[in-house]
Ligand binder design. Structure first.
Ligand SMILES: [Zn+2]
Length: 147
């Protein structure tokens, strides 16, 4: 029950006001519920405020399969990857114990999670650009092909 993604999201949301965003960057994801009232900060800015590095070394393809394959990333991104892994029911997949098929599965899973993270980042960037520059921030471009 502890790893239930719906319960985790509801618990996290209950500790934050509706529409909460980081007071520094405006990000609405990976927020740290404040124990002492405002400001609400994202995980990266909360770590900066506390004097802790806002970077983590991520083992996106799993330490158990690719221990030396690491990515230096914002701590919030690393946590988001772990959240997605739990939300997708991938947190408790069997340890490959060297099995090449399962090791490759860990690699593909890490790649897919990075792709999902980038897709989410692009959507946040688009929202930021639209807020900053208005609906006309993007002037044209090729029309999407009709398939
Ligand atoms: Zn922030």
């Amino acid at each position: 029950m502890r790893d239930d993604p719906v319960l985790r999201a509801a618990t996290r949301a209950a500790r934050l006001p509706i529409g909460a965003a980081c007071a520094v960057c405006g990000r609405m994801a990976a927020l740290v519920p404040s124990r002492n009232g405002p400001p609400i900060l994202c995980q990266d800015h909360d770590r900066q405020r506390r004097g802790v590095s806002d970077r983590d070394i991520g083992h996106v393809a799993r330490r158990r399969s690719f221990g030396s394959l690491t990515v230096l990333m914002p701590a919030s991104a690393n946590e988001r990857i772990e959240d997605m892994r739990r939300d997708l029911g991938l947190a408790d997949t069997p340890d490959p114990l060297g099995d090449p098929l399962l090791v490759h599965a860990d690699y593909l899973e890490g790649r897919a999670l990075i792709d999902l993270l980038f897709a989410d980042h692009l959507r946040q960037l688009e929202a930021h650009l639209r807020t900053t520059f208005g609906d006309r921030y993007f002037e044209g471009g090729p029309e999407a092909p009709i398939v």
